[in-house]
Design a protein around this ligand. Structure first.
Ligand code: C5P
Length: 235
């Protein structure tokens, strides 16, 4: 897989999603479909976006006992997406079972793991989850576990990309949200990085939502992201 910009299509309905995607003429951006859109519209939204020629990251963050995750992933395998994910907190067996399910129909989509959610603070980890280790060590350990389970990478902050590559190797992919242009609002993201900085930090894919979805000209904002992150014009 080569580096790319993934647009987070955080819309409540198919109608709004297609109204947004219709504004891209000539480009077929890689898109992320999350829980909101998938639960609202079901698998048909994935099939339709795929039919339109987009690559898809299905961001459903599975986390359950290994057998359930394996069987759920076998269902998702029918959708033939390019990338999907599980929670590393489910453990190595669960992640490996997810991979087995996902590959049970003959394909091999990229399976990645969520480490610690960026909404989880050191304080939450210690006081609520009783995990008494530095957050960065936990993130690195979860990434190592994901690699041991045969997964291809993790979702993380661009600021953690270097540390994860050091622990898991350069081929282990880092998929990084929390991206903002210098001149755009941070919204509810606390630690933000520009596309160009994410490239320098070693991110393999950047996930960008509001800076593109809420832009007056989404296609131009997407092109700006691609230019800054990849150093080339959008396809
Ligand atoms: O609009 P924005 O660029 O903040 O969107 C970022 C996307 O990445 C959202 O879909 C959000 O759910 C997702 N994400 C994140 N932080 C994580 C994991 C996923 O922002 N740690």
């Amino acid at each position: 897989m080569s580096k790319d910009v993934i647009i987070a299509c955080d819309f409540p309905s198919a109608e709004e999603t297609f109204r947004f995607l219709d504004r891209f003429t000539g480009q077929k951006p890689f898109v992320k479909i999350g829980m909101e859109l998938f639960y609202a519209e079901g698998p048909s939204i994935v099939r339709e976006i795929k039919r339109r020629g987009h690559k898809i990251f299905l961001d459903l963050k599975l986390h359950d006992i290994p057998n359930t995750v394996k069987r759920a992933m076998a269902c998702l395998a029918d959708l033939d997406v390019d990338m999907t994910n599980v929670h590393a907190a489910g453990g190595i067996k669960m992640m490996a079972a997810g991979k087995e399910g996902l590959e049970s129909k003959g394909g091999s989509p990229l399976l990645i793991a969520v480490t610690q959610l960026t909404s989880t603070s050191q304080e939450t980890m210690e006081n609520e989850l009783l995990i008494e280790h530095p957050l960065q060590d936990v993130v690195t350990q979860y990434a190592r576990n994901a690699k041991a389970a045969g997964l291809g990478g993790v979702v993380c902050s661009p600021l953690e990309a270097g540390m994860i590559h050091q622990a898991c190797g350069r081929d282990f992919l880092t998929i990084t949200p929390g991206i903002r242009f210098e001149d755009s609002a941070a919204d509810d993201q606390t630690r933000v990085t520009t596309p160009a900085k994410a490239r320098l930090l070693g991110s393999d894919y950047i996930v960008v939502g509001r800076p593109i979805t809420q832009a007056d000209d989404p296609a131009a904002a997407y092109e700006r992201c691609v230019r800054d992150f990849l150093g080339v014009e959008a396809k």
